[in-house]
Design a protein around this ligand. Structure first.
Ligand code: PXG
Length: 297
């Protein structure tokens, strides 16, 4: 898709990408005051649209941001943006910011939220690494604890995660796993973490993480496949000693991890259970979703 043809949804209208501009007084820009979602469409169907829109509205409610449209209108606008760009496979970004205000941080000075929807083609985040696995580090910067900023709010404030990502970049790694304020394995900068040990799949409990929609999907798939799955606090030692490790996210999908902090994980990568989950996930994305094109309803 050439940039010139791309249409972006901005406050109720589809406009050419180069006209999709917002104010420098927008508090999304000045303060990261806003919420967002990353969603994918596969072969003309939007995957887990209801779940993403519900999470967007929950995030907005948690920061007292009134999205100026109903959930149904939001879903229609998302579908419309994908359709207007003629995409079958897409990464969709929905951003709702506090909108234009003055230079102070008070959100009461911002009468009208800004709503942006971008849809563009995107390959799986880790390119050709799904067959050999990604290399991750554990970041020295800890995930912000829920009593400071609840990680369940998918807000436009991502500096905590970006600092960890910078560490991964500097180390030549593909991603960073963050530990929580007590030192337990928490989540990646943009994905959730799973470990496999003796045939059981474990993932950290919901307390300190973003409740990933891919994470929930993978837990359901495990149950369907008869693979035991449990939420459990995971230590760094358990991560290093795991038979298999994988990450899940809308951008990352299901990504096998080959090395953590330079240590090889398991005997083969992807390991056998990760491989089954990757295949089941791929199959599900082809089968489920909200149709974008009317003749395919
Ligand atoms: N944890 C965090 C902190 C996230 O930001 C996930 C988990 C996975 O959630 P879903 O619902 O997508 O399974 C995310 C996902 C990126 C990127 O480029 C990822 C996310 C946001 C922005 C960019 O990898 N969020």
């Amino acid at each position: 898709m050439s940039e010139r043809e791309q249409l972006v949804y901005l406050n109720g209208e589809l406009v050419p990408r180069e006209e999709a501009k917002i104010s420098v007084y927008d508090h999304g820009f000045l303060y990261g005051d806003g919420v967002f979602e990353g969603i994918r469409a596969y072969d003309g169907r939007i995957f887990k649209l209801d779940e993403h829109v519900d999470r967007l509205y929950d995030s907005a409610k948690a920061i007292m941001l009134d999205i100026p449209m109903s959930k149904e209108e939001m879903k229609e606008a998302i579908i419309e943006t994908v359709r207007a760009n003629g995409l079958r496979d897409a990464y969709i970004r929905v951003v709702v910011s506090r909108g234009e205000g003055d230079l102070g941080l008070d959100p009461e000075k911002c009468p009208e939220p800004t709503v942006v929807i971008i849809a563009e083609p995107m390959e799986p985040l880790y390119g050709d690494l799904y067959e050999k696995g990604i290399e991750v580090i554990t970041a020295s910067v800890r995930r912000i604890p829920p009593d400071a900023l609840d990680p369940k709010i998918k807000s436009c404030n991502y500096l905590n995660n970006i600092l960890a990502k910078i560490q991964a970049n500097l180390a030549g790694a593909d991603e960073a796993i963050m530990l929580d304020h007590e030192g337990y394995v928490c989540e990646g900068t943009g994905d959730n973490v799973f470990v496999v040990e003796d045939g059981v799949v474990y993932t950290p409990p919901e307390d300190t993480i973003l409740r990933g929609i891919t994470r929930a999907t993978v837990m359901e798939l495990c149950e369907e496949l008869g693979i035991p799955v449990e939420e459990k606090r995971i230590t760094l030692g358990e991560l290093y000693a795991a038979d298999e490790v994988f990450l899940t996210g809308t951008a990352a999908e299901v990504a096998p991890v080959r090395k953590v902090d330079g240590r090889r994980i398991g005997k083969e990568c992807p390991g056998p259970i990760t491989r089954r989950i990757m295949e089941a996930f791929r199959e599900l994305t082809r089968r489920e979703g909200t149709p974008v094109y009317e003749d395919e309803v």
